[in-house]
Design a protein around this ligand. Structure first.
Ligand SMILES: *Cc1c(COP(=O)(O)O)cnc(C)c1O
Length: 636
């Protein structure tokens, strides 16, 4: 009985569809995380959160980081390329690099470098700051350090420092000018990096980032510029340094057809350059391998119509066919997949704090009395008489009455009390009408819209702008579900709002297999015991969200816990990074906290001087003000 409920709940949230084998529900109805797909070891996420709250006295929201999932995703990617190379007799090697812009956190980058030694994973830096961090990290011996992005002289000098430190640095030329700078600095310093050329392909990706590729793309060299680069390098005797050709057709490619076309074109460009006696060894295919956020396996923008293995097969097959056709050696493949490597490893956990009422069910309407306006009488009789046969008609009448009520109010004919009474009656009619529509399995637009309006709005203790910014910026869908009570059928429908003072801080679209849900199934918040917490998790936030999140409203970073699951299936919190305090946010906005206290003390003094405050109260106040700076930016 209980296990069928759990299965149904799992289907409601689609966890098997988008979870990639990492997430599930245990017999207690709690969310579990596995360190690898199909692993029998699992950690109970609700237990972890309770541990953080009760033993470690931390408060939500939390970012939970599972480094084993990073390792697991890296292995999956590498195995896919290995298998594809075997299958298609491809003789080039595979050199994965992690693009730091996707998640530059030291914990993430170091995990890859530590666990990826056998995969010889390298790094990709797109800015001076990323490169600076990369230069400090020990990389596996054969691995590459790829420098992408627009470069100035300082950037290139940093790259040359990397060469001196023994790293295999590839400076990828995005603009002709960059190559001229590289040649000049190499001559000046006597240090030569490996050089790559970024090609602008005619082929485009698909999905939201399609414009990263194609003729009008922001990055890359045109065909004539590539030829000019080769001419310059030959003239300066540096052609031996040209070792890599790069392209990137955009992130989250939804359609595998686009991958095939791009590979076909890129491999031709590579082959034609090789035939010019330029010994390019590496073909860097960029990122773009997507994540199936809604689990629908379609070309919808939140999905992808291929697996990691199919992506790798297509890449390898296409490149191999073209190279064989052109009779050039197979290149080593460099992959810069970031999203698929990191998205799964981080889960954001928040709690529902309150409900935002559309109408207050628990505030009883005063009785209807003789003095009430006609329109109130009418609403009351609609409410009393609504049934399964007349609900549509009665609902329409109620809409007219509500308009009438507001018209009369604006004319001064209806009191504030009567307006309140009328509004409550109206919403009760709506709620009944919706129940009848639901029972009749009626799903027309009118009642679907009403369902959205009447859906509960839950206030969650987090900032969308901090923790899932793409949900706001580009309407990205993330899977969301409770982490406990999953052995009970959710009976409520809700949308979520965050604690920022921004009406954009809300989530009104949820993943669904066939569609996009307008409301999320949740357990009835009002039926919880007093002080009983209700935790929700937002999944697949490990790629781009942390670094793109902002301090809107000065809400800071959440408490962060790194969790490792051992061979016996026990979890260990291996690292805790405390949440931002109010003081951190003050510094961010360039306030000096000592100055704040001084200024506040001065304000209190002037109140004492004019006799409005006594000295002991003022001393209390200043103490409280000073102490508050160490507090959390979120609701406590
Ligand atoms: C952003 C970016 C990537 C990462 O792309 P994903 O789709 O996240 O794998 C790789 N290479 C370059 C040049 C990029 O700009």
């Amino acid at each position: 009985m209980k296990s069928t409920t759990i299965e149904e709940v799992a289907q409601t949230y689609g966890i098997e569809n988008w979870g990639a084998g990492y997430f599930g529900i245990n017999r207690q109805g709690h969310l579990i995380v596995r360190p690898a797909k199909g692993d029998t070891k699992e950690a109970d996420v609700f237990e972890i959160v309770q541990d953080l709250v009760e033993q470690r006295k931390l408060s939500s929201p939390f970012l939970l980081r599972f480094p084993q999932i990073l390792e697991s995703q890296l292995n999956r990617l590498c195995l896919a390329y290995e298998a594809a190379a075997k299958e298609y007799e491809f003789s080039g090697g595979h050199f994965p690099v992690f693009p730091m812009k996707v998640n530059p956190r030291r914990e993430v980058v170091e995990t890859f470098l530590r666990d990826g030694v056998k995969q010889s994973i390298g790094l990709e830096a797109g800015s001076k700051a990323e490169l600076y961090a990369a230069l400090s990290l020990e990389q596996p011996p054969e691995s590459l350090l790829i420098c992408n992005g627009f470069k100035d002289e300082t950037f290139i000098r940093l790259a040359l420092l990397g060469v001196q430190a023994g790293k295999r640095v590839v400076v990828v030329v995005e603009k002709l000018n960059e190559l001229k700078m590289i040649i000049r600095l190499a001559k000046e310093t006597g240090v030569t990096p490996l050089i790559g050329l970024r090609a602008k392909l005619y082929s485009r990706g698909s999905g939201k980032w399609a414009a990263s590729g194609g003729e009008a793309a922001k990055f890359g060299l045109t065909t004539s510029e590539i030829l000019e680069c080769i001419r310059l390098l030959r003239a300066d005797g540096m052609i031996e340094s040209l070792k890599l050709m790069h392209f990137h057709i955009g992130s989250q490619i939804t359609d595998v057809k686009r991958v095939k076309n791009a590979m076909k074109e890129a491999a031709r460009v590579y082959a034609k350059i090789r035939q010019m006696k330029v010994e390019i060894e590496y073909l860097d295919i960029g990122g773009g391998l997507g994540v199936d956020y809604d689990g629908s396996k379609t070309t919808f923008e939140a999905s992808i119509n291929y697996t990691v293995e199919e992506f790798a097969n297509n890449v390898v097959y296409m490149i191999k066919s073209v190279c064989d056709d052109e009779k050039v050696p197979h290149p080593h493949l460099v992959t810069e997949s970031g999203r698929v490597m990191t998205a799964y490893h981080a889960i954001f956990v928040t709690s529902i704090r309150d409900e935002i009422e559309t109408f207050a069910e628990d505030i009883a309407v005063a009785d209807i009395d003789d003095d009430d306006p006609q329109v109130i009488y009418e609403l009351k009789s609609l409410l009393d008489g609504i049934n399964s046969k007349n609900f549509r008609e009665y609902y329409h009448d109620a809409l007219d009455d509500k308009d009438e009520l507001h018209t009369q109010f604006n004319l001064g004919l209806v009191s504030l009390e009567d307006r309140a009474k009328g509004e409550v009656l109206f919403w009760e009619i709506c709620s009944k009408a919706l129940q009848f529509a639901h029972a009749a399995e009626l799903h027309d637009d009118e009642f679907e819209a009403l369902r959205r309006i009447l859906a509960s709005k839950y206030l969650c203790n987090f900032s969308l702008f901090r923790s899932a910014p793409d949900a706001w910026a580009i309407g990205q869908l993330f899977p969301i579900m409770p982490i406990h009570k999953l052995d009970e059928t959710p009976t409520d429908f809700a949308t979520l709002v965050d604690v920022t003072c921004d009406s954009d801080g809300c989530i009104k679209k949820f993943v669904d297999l066939k569609d996009v849900k307008q409301v999320l199934e949740l357990h009835d918040f009002n039926a919880l015991k007093p002080n009983e917490p209700y935790y929700l998790a937002i999944f697949l936030v490990g790629a781009y969200q942390e670094v793109m999140g902002s301090f809107h409203n000065l809400f800071g970073l959440p408490n962060e816990a790194q969790i490792v699951i051992d061979a016996d299936g026990r979890y260990h919190v291996t690292k805790l990074v405390p949440a931002s305090k109010i003081s951190d946010m003050l510094s961010f906005a360039r306030y000096d906290k000592t100055q704040c206290v001084e200024n506040f003390r001065r304000l209190l003094s002037s109140q004492i001087n004019i006799g409005k405050l006594d000295a002991s109260k003022a001393s209390d106040a200043i103490q409280q003000y000073e102490a508050a700076v160490g507090g959390s930016t979120y609701l406590e």
